[in-house]
Design a protein around this ligand. Structure first.
Ligand code: DAH
Length: 347
C-alpha cells in the first residue's frame, strides 16, 4: 500500500506538472481525488489493514492527498497567471504608433489673395471696412452720380427687391464710398472688400456673385499722381517688381477723370500671340485689365457733404476673382466657386 501511495503521488505530481490548461488539471483532480478516484480507492482499502498499521498509513495517505492538492493549487495559479499574461500581450496597445492623420484645410486661394491685398493697403495706411450686401439704390447708384435710366440700373442686370427699384443686391462695392464719406471726415484712406451681385450667366469669366475691393482716399491736394503711385506699388508687389502697367482713359459716372489700369500680359509679354497663336491669357490684347479708378467726381463729394473746393480724392474698384486668377494662373472662374478640394489643395 505504501508503494501504491508513493506511485500515485509521483504520477500525480508529474502529470500536474505537465498539464497546462485548467481543464487538464480538473481531469487529473477527478481521476485521483474524485469519488471514483485512484486515491479514494486506496483509502477504501484501509479497513483491511491491521490496527497497528492503520495510523501510519492513514497519515501517509493524508500527506499524499495534501501534497497533490497543494500541487494542484500551485499549477492552477501558474496557469491562470500565464493565461492572463497571454491575454494582456494580445490586447496590448502600442501608444507610440502614430495616429491617423486628419486632413487639415487651409485658406481658400481667393482669401489668400484678399489677405495679401489687404495687408498691402493696410501697410499704406488704409482702413479696412465692411458694408451691407443688401443696399439702397440711392447708395448703389444715385449718390454715385449714376442717373435714372443709366444702363447699369437695368432690371436685366440688377437683382431688385422692390417694385420701385429702391432696394437691391449691391452691384458694386462703390456704395461703400458714400457710406464711408457720410460717417467720416477727411483725410482718410479706406478699403472695402465684399460680395457684389449681377444678373450674369455663369461662364469662365462671369458669375452672378463675385467680389470687389473698393478703395477711397480723400484729403487736400490729392492728385492723379497719388492714385498712380498707390496702385502701381500694390500691383508690383502682387505681380512682381518688373511687371509693366498702363493707365488708359475710361469713363465712370462717379469719377472724373476716370481710367482703367492694365497689366502687360505676362504670358505673351504684350505681343498678343504665342508661336503664331492668339495668346489665351489676354485673348490677343497684350494687356490684362486690373481695375477701374479715377478722381472722385465733385458731385459725389458734394453728395456726401464734403467740400470739393477744399478736398479731392481718388477711388478705385478691382475684381478679386480676376486678381486671384491672374495671380494663381487659374483659367476658369467657376473653379474658384466649385470648391473641389482636389483643386483647392493646389494652393
Ligand atoms: N464700381 C466699378 C465697377 O463695378 C469699378 C470702379 C471704377 C470703382 C472706378 C471705382 C472707380 O471706385 O473709381 O465697374
Amino acid at each position: 500500500m505504501r508503494e501504491q501511495l508513493e506511485q500515485i503521488k509521483n504520477n500525480a505530481l508529474a502529470a500536474l506538472e505537465a498539464s497546462d490548461t485548467p481543464a487538464a488539471l480538473e481531469e487529473i483532480r477527478v481521476k485521483l481525488l474524485g469519488k471514483k478516484g485512484e486515491l479514494t480507492a486506496v483509502l477504501k482499502q484501509m479497513g483491511r489493514l491491521s490496527p497497528e498499521e492503520r495510523p501510519a498509513m492513514g497519515q501517509l495517505a493524508n500527506n499524499v492527498r495534501a501534497e497533490i492538492e497543494a500541487k494542484l493549487e500551485q499549477r492552477k495559479a501558474a496557469i491562470h497567471a500565464s493565461v492572463l499574461e497571454a491575454k494582456l500581450a494580445a490586447e496590448a496597445i502600442d501608444v507610440t504608433i502614430p495616429g491617423e492623420a486628419i486632413p487639415v484645410g487651409h485658406q481658400h486661394p481667393m482669401n489668400q489673395v484678399l489677405q495679401q491685398i489687404k495687408d498691402l493697403f493696410v501697410g499704406l495706411g488704409y482702413q479696412v471696412v465692411d458694408g451691407p450686401e443688401v443696399e439702397l439704390a440711392d447708395y448703389n447708384f444715385t449718390r454715385l452720380n449714376i442717373e435714372e435710366g443709366h444702363p447699369s440700373r437695368d432690371r436685366s442686370d440688377t437683382f431688385y427687391f422692390t417694385d420701385d427699384d429702391s432696394v437691391l443686391l449691391r452691384t458694386q462695392t462703390s456704395p461703400m464710398q458714400i457710406r464711408f464719406m457720410e460717417t467720416h471726415k477727411p483725410p482718410f484712406c479706406m478699403l472695402a472688400p465684399g460680395r457684389v451681385f449681377r444678373k450674369d450667366e455663369a461662364d469662365a469669366t462671369h458669375s452672378p456673385m463675385f467680389h470687389q475691393i473698393e478703395g477711397l482716399v480723400v484729403d487736400e491736394h490729392i492728385t492723379m499722381g497719388d492714385l498712380k503711385g498707390a496702385l502701381t506699388t500694390v500691383m508690383r508687389n502682387i505681380y512682381g517688381e518688373d511687371s509693366v502697367m498702363r493707365f488708359r482713359p475710361h469713363h465712370f459716372p462717379f469719377t472724373e477723370p476716370s481710367c482703367e489700369m492694365d497689366m502687360q500680359c505676362h504670358k505673351c509679354h504684350g505681343t498678343g500671340e504665342i508661336d503664331g497663336q492668339v495668346c489665351s491669357t489676354c485673348h490677343g490684347e497684350g494687356w490684362i485689365e486690373l481695375l477701374g479708378a479715377g478722381m472722385v467726381h465733385p458731385k459725389v463729394l458734394e453728395n456726401c457733404g464734403i467740400d470739393p473746393e477744399k478736398y479731392s480724392g481718388f477711388a478705385f474698384g478691382m475684381g478679386l476673382e480676376r486678381m486671384a486668377m491672374g495671380r494663381m494662373k487659374i483659367n476658369d472662374l467657376r473653379l474658384i466657386f466649385d470648391n473641389d478640394v482636389r483643386f483647392l489643395n493646389q494652393f
